[in-house]
Design a protein around this ligand. Structure first.
Ligand code: PGA
Length: 257
């Protein structure tokens, strides 16, 4: 067993308005048991417009749940119509920011360079980036998955600090497994997460790499989470679809019961 504190995060993507968001978190809290909070971090990443409502709920009900944002702009402020800055997120008690998830890479043309810039901005304000990497199907079939992921990792971590290893989370999300119902086998996921850790040792150093948490993401469900989390280099899950059901997300978070 490693000393790394497992981290389970729900990425709601563009689902749930702020009222539905409150309900979802209330129901989640209802389904969770005290032991589920112990020794692991639970994060919810609702759309921006729900952050304030969830912040208030977490405060008033004293829920040991952290708030995450799905994106940010790297500048602190300025004429960037439609964008949200990290200081704004900090004021909402946001602790984690997802940087470079596959949809932003594919649909919004985010590059490794931009993702690294965002991750640095997140750290500058003492929030924590969850830096996402992952290969597409064709790359895996061509036997290039490892090279692609290592490349993304190097590019997306340019100048990103791991002085506090808890302040950086990596999410391995094979793109072909996202929202498709296809999951990487625990062995394949483990192989890639181990390779990521080796690469992290090169970028930082061995003991830092040992301490950084690596999540797996891609069709994580109550039925497969235990096997995935049982792998030595998988320290958490980044959950999309299944995090929209309070029952399913509670079962995922409660996988140790
Ligand atoms: P999924 O999404 O769980 O719906 O496959 C994963 C993700 O994109 O974080």
């Amino acid at each position: 067993m490693s000393d790394r504190t497992p981290i389970i995060a729900g990425n709601w993507k563009m689902h749930r308005d702020h009222l539905e968001a409150i309900q979802l978190v209330q129901k989640l809290a209802y389904h969770l048991q005290e032991e589920d909070y112990e020794g692991q971090e639970i994060v919810v990443c609702p759309p921006f417009v729900a952050l304030r409502s969830i912040q208030t709920l977490i405060q008033s009900d004293k829920l040991p749940i952290s708030l995450g944002a799905q994106n940010c702009h790297p500048e602190d402020e300025g004429a960037f119509t439609g964008e949200i800055s990290v200081p704004m997120l900090a004021r909402l008690d946001v602790r984690y920011v997802i940087c470079g998830p596959s949809e932003r890479r594919a649909l919004f043309a985010e590059t490794d360079e931009l993702i690294a810039t965002k991750a640095r901005a997140v750290q500058k304000h003492d929030l924590r980036p969850i830096v996402c990497v992952g290969e597409v199907k064709e790359e895996r079939e061509a036997g290039k998955a490892l090279d692609v992921v290592v490349d993304q990792l190097r590019g997306s971590l340019q100048g990103v600090s791991a002085d506090d290893p808890d302040a950086l989370v990596i999410a391995y999300e094979p793109v072909w497994a996202i929202g498709t119902g296809l999951t990487a086998t625990p062995e394949d996921a483990q192989e890639m997460c181990a390779a990521i850790r080796t690469e992290l040792a090169g970028i930082y150093d061995a003991s830092t790499a040992e301490a950084i948490r690596i999540q797996y993401g891609g069709s994580v469900k109550p039925g497969n989470v235990r096997q995935l989390m049982g792998q030595p280099d998988i320290d958490g899950a980044l959950v999309g679809g299944a995090s929209l059901s309070s029952e399913d997300f509670a079962l995922i978070v409660g996988h140790r019961r």
